[in-house]
Write a protein that binds this ligand. Structure first.
Ligand code: NAD
Length: 338
């Protein structure tokens, strides 16, 4: 069944779902009872790359963990409920994935989530800095353009900061771009790869369709339309769910894809590349998403923006002011924390 999820080398899902991979990743999901957390935990439990899955939330983790623990795969599963159990959930972890926080409702921007999610991400990453300072931290909680600066500043405060290990998960933008371009051109989506750079909100989401493999030619009107659809794809789901939340299932898939790539690279697989919103020197702002070569210790090499079209160049220039403002907002939040 999972062969249908297989992607070509680089995306790494095929190996993750195969039964021959021998791995022992200890992965924690924080916000594990939520719309993203539950299907993400299911995909992680289904992977032979994972040997221990620890699930934290402020609600329902005993039930989610009991349910998942009956699945006939090797990963052990344990639930942790409430802040006093968070340290035990994190101890010994290699990778921590954070989808904790509130999602959007129709009419909301990701930035509207800041007031609630900033403190959740700050609290959870502070616990990571204390209890698993060496782990890879993958933040899904929005607004990613601010929550990654928050995670960074929190790790700095605890003297545990490593820029190669803190990732804003933007994989869903790549997944959507691959799907939409494949639909347009009649291609197999599993064979399409569109890098998406910048950030993870509206016009800061910059698909590099000029770098798509296989190469695709689109007239400017189609290029503008599909770019807009990729940028607003999250809102498409929020509207369709009509108040019941934002993307959860596709996000769980994307989160799992990112974690499997990271774990593959940590296990020594070569040539694993994923885009992610990270501390960066590739653009005129302190954080930016670009393709990253992953390795045993997280980011091995930032592959940068590469050759782009004038249309894409313009999008980057237009995204920078918003990115800078979101980054500053995150940094100031931590500065003003008691
Ligand atoms: N990066 C992306 O591409 C992307 C895509 C979709 C959604 N998101 C974001 O992911 C987040 C989660 O979305 P969802 O649909 O799963 O929401 P949800 O409300 O279904 O689940 C969130 C979970 O977080 C838990 N939670 C709240 N406060 C917590 C805390 N202090 N500690 C631990 N857990 C806590 C809740 O109990 C709940 O189980 C939102 O911020 C959403 O905007 C990101």
């Amino acid at each position: 069944m999972f062969s249908a999820l297989a992607r070509p080398a680089g995306a790494a899902l095929r190996r993750s779902f195969s039964t021959s991979a021998q791995n022992n990743a200890k992965v924690a999901v924080l916000g594990a009872s939520g719309g993203i957390g539950q299907p993400l935990a299911l995909l992680l439990k289904n992977s032979p790359l994972v040997s221990r899955l620890t699930l934290y939330d402020i609600a329902h983790t005993p039930g989610v963990a009991a349910d998942l623990s009956h699945i006939e795969t090797r990963a052990t599963v344990k639930g942790y409920l409430g802040p006093e159990q968070l340290p035990d959930c994190l101890k010994g972890c290699d990778v921590v994935v954070i989808p904790a926080g509130v999602p959007r409702k129709p009419g909301m921007t990701r930035d509207d989530l800041f007031n609630t999610n900033a403190s959740i991400v700050a609290t959870l990453t502070a616990a990571c800095a204390q209890h698993c300072p060496e782990a890879m931290i993958c933040v899904i909680s929005n607004p990613v353009n601010s929550t990654i600066p928050i995670a960074t500043e929190v790790f700095k405060k605890h003297g545990a900061y490593n820029p190669n290990k803190i990732f804003g998960v933007t994989t869903l933008d790549i997944v959507r771009a691959n799907t939409f371009i494949a639909e347009l051109k009649g291609l197999d989506p599993a064979r399409v790869n569109v890098p998406v750079i910048g950030g993870h909100a509206g016009k800061t989401i910059i698909p590099l369709i000029s770098q798509c493999t296989p190469k695709v030619d689109l007239p400017q009107d189609q290029l503008t339309a599909v770019t807009g659809r990729i940028q607003e794809a999250g809102t498409e789901v929020v509207k369709a769910k009509a108040g019941a939340g934002s993307a959860t299932l596709s996000m769980a898939y994307a989160g799992a894809r990112f974690v499997f790539s990271l774990v593959d690279a940590m296990n020594g697989k070569e040539g694993v590349v994923e885009c992610s919103f990270v501390k960066s020197q590739e653009a005129d702002c302190a954080y930016f998403s670009t393709p990253l070569l992953l390795g045993k210790k997280g980011i091995e090499k930032n592959l940068g923006i590469g050759k782009i079209s004038p249309f894409e160049e313009k999008m980057i220039a237009e995204a920078i002011p918003e990115l800078k403002a979101s980054i500053k907002k995150g940094e100031e939040f931590v500065k003003n924390m008691k």
